[in-house]
Ligand binder design. Sequence first.
Ligand SMILES: [Fe+2]
Ligand SMILES: [Fe+2]
Length: 235
Amino acid sequence: MAHISDLHVTSRFFDADLASKLVDTLNTGGYDLVVISGDLTMEGHVGEYEKAQALLDGIEPRKLIVPGNHDSFNKGYEIFEEMFHTRKPVFSGEGISICGMDSSEPDLNEGKLGRHNYNLIRERLSGDDLKFLVLHHHIIPVPGTGRENNILMDSGDVLKLCVDLDVNFVLSGHRHLPWVWKLNHTYFVTAGTACTRRLKGRSYPSFNRFEIDGGRAVMYEINMDTMEEYERIRT
Ligand SMILES: [Fe+2]
Ligand SMILES: [Fe+2]
């Protein structure tokens, strides 16, 4: 499985060459599923969505996509639903359960899941599978990304929910800097930006690859400039 994020198609930092390298990598790397944790666009306009969709159409493996804060600007959340059918996608099979949620709020950078969604997460992630929660906003602050004002508003309650459900992985984006925290049994994985130069300092565009077998997982971060792979998680 691949975890990519923050494509920001049409932003001035979008790198078309990197994007086609990413698509080639995903199509030839033996991936079964590509999880995309939001920020497909920059302002959520329909023209940007069309460009993002054209890019995503080139990715052959099955995709699971949630919106980011940028996708919900300018009523973009409506276009998202129109194009991708749901803002809360779900996948279950091959021993894994994935619950995608929309953590964006119209025209705000801050995110929120909201109490009304907790039961849905409980229903979707209560089995014995390897469990993934996917949302755009990070739940735990990411070092080196400025003073925190964009974290999920209800992060404390969502943290408790993840720990109670023994969620194995929480996959986010938003910060454009790859990072992993572990709390109790849960890994909180923030993916970098896959194909933009909207970076922090001298960091690099990247995405994550999960190799999953028999309830165990290994995660590698892949540097999109050099294609070097760094092992970050082994369970
Ligand atoms: Fe972003
Ligand atoms: Fe974002």
